[in-house]
Design a binder for this molecule. Structure first.
Ligand code: SF4
Length: 460
């Protein structure tokens, strides 16, 4: 792996979108509503290409039993598990409204349950939810069926139920194994518990196990984080996602409970990131891009080597770019050339469904320029390469003319060794992979037009 020095990390210590979509969700508009979404669903149903393309489904389960102080997710803290039963009834209604427009039995190759805490649902609740999906859609064998798991909410028996329901991928929220850090963020989960669960998951036969980590949390030091990294190397998950904590208490209320003096300074954050990159490299992980690492034989690493990597709202994926139905409060969908988002508050979400409406409240009809830029950004983020000819043929433009100012901006990055501009296209260097978000940002028209907005997380 290329050695990424703290100096380079400091130089590119800027904020940027994660580009799980382009345009990014903060560009969605209220003018896009249910009618537009229904039209997109109907057009999909009528188009032979749309119908032939498998769907992806995301279900948002917003409930959590206790609050993690670093949390920036859309969630509801409650110990009342009966709230989940009510929520499932609304999800059922939402699914029915969808199939009324897009047809029953559509092929689905990817399901992801996120939150919140999907494992807040009881085994029965999860069974009901998967039953609803299977009764209305056709979940193909060999698809990616994944669920985010809070280790505090499951045991080996529950993991066995998840496997029985068809899930083949688990993502454990670990963040940090250090007890002091766990106390400071109000998320206590002993390392032994996670080790036991991962071992059980392997025994059960899950295809891929991911672990989420966060650096930059209160009470973390480069030395304490080294210990967590050593434990993660021992745990040996198939995939690791490493996120930088962004302290934005004015935007995310739970973060106001974090004691500011406990937060590591910028130099220590950079040191933690540099040490993590070195530790994962030493442990044999491949860098996938954008916060993600995988063992060389994991499907994601194989897909990256073969140039088959894709990117969607769940991050990197081996599944080809497909339409996405987002179910549940605040869920985002992508159908044809549109993005849509459901109501963010549970009350609004339920009210709309009570009135017989799909709960879509904002979104975007993507323009031709958006589609073109999305193709360039995704090629950079997934293949690390843009071939001018391929973009020119599929979008009927002259690349060098259309993107003259962007190519000019990339020349600076070329001097810093992040990209290579060749006669035929743009190549991201092995060093550039670590800053690929910064390279992609050059092609983000909205960001370039609005440079004052710095509301994204750091680019690596
Ligand atoms: S971090 Fe996850 S588990 Fe913790 S409160 Fe937020 S959504 Fe819930």
């Amino acid at each position: 792996m290329t050695i990424v020095t703290p100096e380079l990390l400091t130089r590119y210590d800027i904020s940027g979108p994660r580009y799980t979509s382009y345009p990014t969700a903060d560009r969605f508009v209220d003018a896009f509503g249910e009618q537009d979404y229904v039209l997109a669903l109907q057009q999909r149903r009528q188009s032979p290409v749309g119908k032939a393309m498998p769907l992806s489904i995301y279900v948002h389960i917003p409930f959590c039993e206790s609050l993690c102080y670093y949390c920036a997710c859309n969630k509801i803290i409650t110990k009342h598990h009966d709230r989940a039963d009510v929520y499932l009834r609304y999800l059922s209604r939402e699914i029915d409204l969808h199939t009324a427009h897009c047809g029953v039995g559509q092929t689905v190759s990817q399901v992801h349950l996120g939150g919140g805490t999907p494992t807040f649902l009881s085994d029965e609740g999860l069974r009901d939810l998967m039953g609803m999906l299977r009764s209305q859609f056709t979940l193909v064998p060999g698809g990616e069926y994944s669920i985010e798991v809070d280790p505090r909410t499951v045991d080996a028996d529950r993991l066995a139920v998840l496997a029985e329901l068809g899930f083949n991928r688990l993502s454990f929220g670990v963040q940090d194994f250090d007890p002091e850090v766990q106390k400071a963020v109000h998320r206590i989960q002993p390392a032994e518990q996670v080790f036991a669960l991962v071992e059980a998951a392997r025994r059960i036969g899950f295809e891929s196990i991911n672990v989420d980590l966060i650096y930059g949390l209160p009470k973390q030091t480069p030395e304490s984080f080294d210990r967590t990294l050593a434990q993660v190397a021992q745990l040996r998950p198939d995939r690791i996602a490493l996120y930088g904590y962004a302290h934005l208490p004015e935007r995310f209320k739970p973060q106001r409970r974090i004691v500011v003096v406990d937060l590591p300074g910028a130099a220590n954050k950079v040191a933690m990131l540099a040490r993590a990159l070195a530790a994962f490299d030493a442990a044999g992980y491949d860098y996938i891009g954008m916060d993600h690492f995988a063992l060389p034989d994991d499907a994601l690493a194989v897909a990256k080597r073969q140039g088959r990597l894709h990117r969607n709202f769940q991050g990197y994926s081996t599944q080809p770019d497909c339409d996405l139905i987002g179910l549940g409060v605040s869920a985002i969908g992508k159908i044809g050339a549109t993005y849509s988002q459901n109501a963010k508050s549970l009350e609004d979400y339920q009210d709309l469904l009570d009135q017989g409406h799909l709960p879509v409240v904002r979104g975007l009809a993507v323009s031709r320029d958006d589609l073109l830029r999305r193709a360039v950004i995704m090629a950079l983020m997934c293949q690390g390469e843009v071939l001018y000819e391929s973009i020119e043929l599929s979008h009927l433009i002259n690349f060098r003319e259309y993107f003259a100012s962007e190519l000019q901006a990339l020349r600076g990055m070329q001097e810093q060794g992040l990209v290579r501009l060749t006669d035929t296209g743009i190549e991201v260097t092995s060093m550039g992979w670590f800053f690929v978000r910064g390279v992609a940002m050059v092609f983000d028209k909205y960001l370039q037009a609005d440079r004052t907005r710095a509301r994204f997380s750091k680019i690596i």
